[in-house]
Write a protein of this length. Structure first.
Ligand SMILES: Nc1ncnc2c1ncn2[C@@H]1O[C@H](COP(=O)(O)OP(=O)(O)O)[C@@H](O)[C@H]1O
Ligand SMILES: [Mg+2]
Lengths: 266, 447
């Protein structure tokens, strides 16, 4: 029954556009890293960014939650909207934006604090909990969403850095979802993980799709094929091709895409 | 492509790994030689360290003991309080000179029965010049004891003390008008009787400096307080300013020419000779701001200037050592830059910051040169500062300055005290380093 409703909702929102980017240019000093990218990312879907190393996948991803602001020499032009609101508008505080657009990094980076504190930190600074009980609830919910609750529920106060790599990454995902974001950005979240941990995280990403709009950067085409519904192929700072994952992998339009997925560039 | 892949069983037999070839032998020899150099270097530095420690301890330890005479002095009413009305103002009129006959009389009775060529008047050369003042202070504090006979523990003169410590021998006294060999014969007997004793001297640790003619009375206590007040100033100013500056430069400031310039200059400042900071302190704090000369506040401010670069450099280094992924993680969950720094980066950098601060403080504690220029080296006759304000504002010295001052004086008794002062100073530095290690252990976190 509940599944039905969820299915229903997924269907009805399938065409909702969560993020739209128009004419995005990114410069690192003189280096033109992203060249006129236009892309529309849908809600409740996993969008994968693929492309050879150095093509600007991470750079573009970091534009979406304005993490590039922290790099002095980085300059972003163009227009990126989330739910129709320009995130580079002068009135937007990037801090508020980042609560709404969570991020998971390539290398698992838990804080050197307890598992509980790792997850509770975001909700605490955003004032999402009024008391300890509420905070406990939020932490549990986030850890469940991160598919790690069963493994850590008995040692919430052990250091997060003592977990295995895969567990750490799921902890980071739990930490990202704890602030109730609407979009989750993941920059090669499995590249530091072994195949079993990768499979667990991929499974998790598939579940997260029900609640969030997920954007994942990956260097693995198989991974893109496994977890994403839409795929964007970047090459030398250009968005070469963007469309349904099935189509990109079976019947790409651009010769560059074709040579990349058949292993000729990369 | 190669022979092997073409399939034949051709496998040329290489050299046996059981015998060393010449290259390997050479490499092993080089490695062994390098290890030898390293061990030799460590041995040399250990030798220097040990000889340094042995010299300091053997020269300095005698300063912690002092020779005293137990003397029963009769507080003669006729001499101290002629009118017999115990009026404190009248008692105060009797100067230390007026106590001389009493002490002399006490000495005469103490040496009763000992053969000596010395005249009675000459006996008091075995005592420190401070003896009269000690008795007088006691009388002024307890006027009702006038008329009684009181047991005093009086300092001997530095020559007698040196004799008890083996520093002074009879031959030395031939040209010395302060003491005769006959006095030493007297001392030998008195020591046998137990009237002359060498005991631990707390006054060396807690007392104040004394004039050049009374080395036996000098102590390092007051300059220790001077150092303490200066360290308070340094800690209160250099730590917050240094840490704030480093956090701003490291985490917030844009990377441009201007910040580069600041960065280079801070590194340069760390290498500026400390005497330059002294002359700057003189010009700015004393001549321009008219702060009192020789005051720990000025010393503290000057040392703050000197310590700041050290703290800034070590703080920046420890901030740099925090992995950027921690900042990303914090910013990624929507922490502001300041929250990221104060909640995550700073706690991780804390051990390094504290270590740097303590090392900076230790450096400041041992610094003498800048104090020369702001008048904190010299004979400071004051006793303990009265209250906190006077601690900061009254003229004082500092431990290293006091040591320098003693080393400069002619009397070998002061030389001994300089070594003793060095022991005290080193103990302080050792304690500070220990604190740094403990703090680092406590705050250290692994990830
Ligand atoms: N912090 C940075 N400073 C300067 N140049 C950068 C920075 N990050 C990335 N770049 C440059 O931007 C381009 C795209 O990099 P990136 O987005 O990391 O590629 P990808 O994630 O696809 O491997 C590269 O040429 C890289 O050198
Ligand atoms: Mg990347």
């Amino acid at each position: 029954m509940e599944d039905m409703i969820q299915m229903d909702r997924a269907m009805s929102t399938e065409q909702d556009i969560k993020i739209s980017a128009n004419g995005v240019q990114v410069y690192y000093g003189e280096n033109h890293a992203i060249k006129d990218v236009n892309v529309e990312i849908q809600d409740k879907m996993v969008t994968a960014f693929i492309g050879p190393s150095g093509c600007g996948k991470s750079t573009f991803l970091r534009c979406i939650n304005r993490m590039n602001d922290t790099i002095d020499i980085c300059r972003v032009e163009g227009d990126i909207r989330i739910d129709g609101e320009d995130i580079y508008d002068a009135r937007v505080d990037p801090v508020q934006l980042r609560a709404k657009v969570g991020m998971v990094f390539q290398k698992p980076n838990p804080f050197p604090k307890s598992i509980y504190d790792n997850v509770a930190y975001g909700p605490k600074i955003h004032g999402l909990a009024r008391n300890k009980a509420e905070l406990d609830e939020i932490v549990e919910k986030a850890l469940r969403r991160g598919a790690i609750w069963d493994e850590v529920k008995d040692r919430l106060h052990a250091p997060g850095t003592g977990l295995s790599g895969g567990q750490q990454q799921r902890l980071c995902i739990a930490r990202a979802v704890a602030t109730e974001p609407e979009v989750l950005l993941m920059d090669e979240p499995c590249s530091a993980l072994d195949p079993i941990a990768t499979a667990q995280v991929e499974e998790l990403i598939d579940e997260l799709r029900q609640n969030y709009s997920v954007v994942i950067v990956t260097h693995s085409m198989q991974q893109a094929a496994r977890v994403s519904q839409r795929t964007a192929f970047f090459h030398l700072g250009n968005l070469v091709e963007f469309g349904d994952t099935d189509k990109i992998f079976t019947n790409p339009e651009d010769p560059r895409t074709e040579s990349y997925i058949s292993g000729r560039i990369g | 492509m190669t022979d092997a892949t073409q399939g034949g069983p051709i496998r040329t037999k290489g050299k046996s790994i059981l015998e060393l070839d010449t290259r390997t032998k050479k490499r092993n020899a080089a490695e062994a030689r390098f290890k030898g150099y390293g061990i030799a270097a460590i041995c040399v530095s250990l030798f220097f360290l040990v000889s340094l420690l042995v010299t300091i301890v053997s020269n300095g330890v005698p300063a912690f003991t002092q020779t005293f005479v137990n003397l029963s002095v009769t507080l003669d009413e006729a001499k101290l309080d002629k009118n017999g009305n115990r009026n404190i103002d009248e008692i105060k009129k009797v100067s230390t000179f007026g106590y001389k006959p009493l002490i002399n009389a006490a000495l005469v009775s103490a040496t009763d029965g000992i053969e000596t060529e010395l005249t009675d008047k000459d006996l008091d050369k075995i005592l420190s010049a401070s003896a009269g003042a000690v008795v007088r202070d006691h009388v002024i504090a307890n006027p009702d004891m006038i008329g009684e006979t009181v047991e005093f523990r009086l300092l001997t003169s530095s020559r007698v003390d040196g004799y008890m410590k083996g520093r002074v021998v009879r031959e030395d006294l031939a040209r010395d008008k302060n003491l005769d060999a006959a006095h030493l014969d007297l001392i030998d007997v008195m020591a046998e009787r137990g009237a002359v004793q060498r005991t631990f001297n707390w006054d060396f640790i807690f007392g104040s400096d004394a004039s050049e003619s009374r080395p036996e009375q000098a102590g390092i206590g007051v300059s220790m307080l001077g150092s303490f007040f200066m360290m308070l100033v340094v800690l209160a100013l250099a730590l917050p300013i240094g840490v704030a500056a480093s956090i701003y430069l490291e985490e917030f400031a844009p990377q441009n020419r201007f910040t580069d310039l600041i960065e280079v200059n801070i590194s340069n400042l760390a290498a500026v000779p400390s005497i330059v900071f002294g002359i700057l302190g003189l010009a700015v704090f004393i001549q321009f701001a008219h702060l009192p000369q020789s005051a720990p506040i000025v010393g503290g401010l000057t040392l703050t200037l000197m310590t700041l670069p050290t703290i800034v450099i070590s703080t920046r280094a420890s901030l740099k050592a925090v992995p950027p992924s921690i900042r990303d993680a914090a910013l990624g969950v929507g922490a502001s830059k300041m929250q990221a720094v104060f909640h995550h980066v700073l706690p991780l950098a804390m051990p390094g910051i504290l270590t740097g601060t303590i090392i900076g403080l230790a450096q400041a504690l041992g610094e003498t040169a800048p104090l020369l220029l702001i008048g904190m080296v010299g004979y400071i006759a004051t006793n303990y500062p009265e209250g906190v304000t006077s601690g900061f504002l009254d003229p004082n010295s500092a431990m290293p300055a006091q040591i320098y001052e003693w080393a400069k004086r002619a009397d070998p008794a002061f030389y001994e005290r300089a070594w003793g002062g060095i022991i005290v100073l080193l103990l302080f530095l050792l304690t500070m380093n220990l604190i740094a290690i403990i703090l680092r252990r406590r705050f250290e976190r692994r990830w």
